[in-house]
Design a protein around this ligand. Sequence first.
Ligand SMILES: [Zn+2]
Length: 260
Amino acid sequence: MTWHGIGFHATMYTMKLIVTGIGDAFSALHYGSSGIIDAGSGLVAIDCPGAVLAMYRAAASCSGVELGFNQLHDIILTHLHGDHSNGLETIGFARRYCEEEGTRPRLHALPEVLDRVWEKLAPAMDGASQGGTLSTLEDYFEPRPLDPEGVVRIAGMDVRCRRTRHSIPTAGLLFCGAGGTLGWSGDTEFERAHIEWLAEADCIVHECGGHSMHTKWEELDGLPAQIKSRIRLIHRPDDDVDHGGVMKPLIEGEVIDIGG
Ligand SMILES: [Zn+2]
């Protein structure tokens, strides 16, 4: 940003996406599809796959951005498939028992996802604490339902969500923050209305799983050039071919300046 006339120059902060995982559910090469947004006022995790601490260490090493689990105040969960949610147990335990203050991250998700997340975690995490009462989801996380009709403020960003076409309830996301807007498709079949919803973003991270209940590369390739030029691909199978074209696959550890 330049203020003409008074000779003052300042650098405007732009939000950054640190790509932490790009794999699909069966990947033997990559971490599960996920990212962390450095919004300038806190780190926000998009999804939480297994081996999450090793994943953050690897992404921090590649990107040069410090990504400690104790710096995460917000986790946004698109859905409950394991390649997006298996790290919640690790983060929950780490925050409760490996930190002096034991602070709880906020856990944002669609209401129908939040309603069932404890079904997944309870068998491992509902052990009795002092006093003999069973632990609950709220002992580890601060649940925050996402309303598809509304906008929620997270780390200084305006965040919206939209339900996708997937085998279980899943959300796509739009993050409007300093410098621009990031779109995140979530796991989804190809749906033109979803693309139109994401199209306002400066950068659109779109899944390209190829299988049923996922999006095929050919479907995205049929979109107008002005949308394709803003799409980056994630959630590709390990054996996917290099299709070429303008839609480049994301790389683990990559840092993307949104709108920069
Ligand atoms: Zn999925």
